[in-house]
Design a protein around this ligand. Sequence first.
Ligand code: GLA
Length: 327
Amino acid sequence: MRVLKKAVLTGVMALALVGSAHAADVKIGFVVKQPEEPWFQDEWKFAQKAAEEKGFTLVEIGAPDGEKVQAAIDNLGAQGAQGFIICVPDVKLGPGIVAKAAANDLKLMTVDDRLVGADGEPIESVPHMGISAVKIGETVGQSIAAEIEARGWDMSEVGAIRVSYDQLPTAVDRVEGAIAALTAAGFPAENIYDAPQAKTDTEAALNAATTVLNQHADVKKWIAFGLNDEAVLGAVRATESVGIPAENVIGVGIGGAESAINEFKKPSATGFYGTVIISPKRHGYETALNMYEWIANNKAPEPLILTSGSLALRDTYVDVRKDLGIE
Ligand code: GLA
């Protein structure tokens, strides 16, 4: 009787072990499109915190193009990872990434940029965490409109640089949200000029914005918005390079990572007026935790998680960061 009981108990324990992976055996990839961008470095940093807390291994991989993404997924499969989180360099790679993940028996979750299928619609079967793009864009537009008013500018004389990256849906949502808020505040739509960037970094934004400024050399006051801080910083650098003084420029970015904070720390204000701070902690720590729960405890993440943002200006960013719990 006793022996039988013991045997049954051992069997139950063995089953329990099969059912959930040991934390030490869990390996999770975190693949990002632009490893040099502070936002993505912060995501990695917070994902690493989750790894330390739960005791799993995090594998950080930078994959700036489709080929590198394919190689990264194969690599993760070969080293025995069970899943990965990815911010892709091109959302149209969606179906290929889903297939490659399945072939390597890897669970897949996206962050920041949501995969689209052949029909251009989001691939809803892949859990995703992104920002509330339209809403955050509106906050950008509202803050610019308020500052235009505070400076007493005549809107009809102001040009707007829309630093754009229209192949990325979240980028379109962000700038369109900004435009909706600006036009609602009376900003003339015909004064908004598109500056398409070839890449989502500062240099590409600077080049795109310079073209717009050269085409409208008669305009003396400018506002700028775009996908992220880098886009707006590029536009601000462009205004500086053609000699427009900082007080004639209002740029508001999205992100709030190192690039924006460094700008606020400069001894005198630049045209980079503000940023909407979003949360690398949620995007890094939480996605990594979600993936861990999925692998270790078979608890799938919510299909779609949208995070919010908080406006921060040169005078307020220290307090806003404190309130958000980021240092
Ligand atoms: C995109 C942008 C990044 C960052 C994230 C936030 O991936 O390229 O700079 O803004 O969205 O979700």
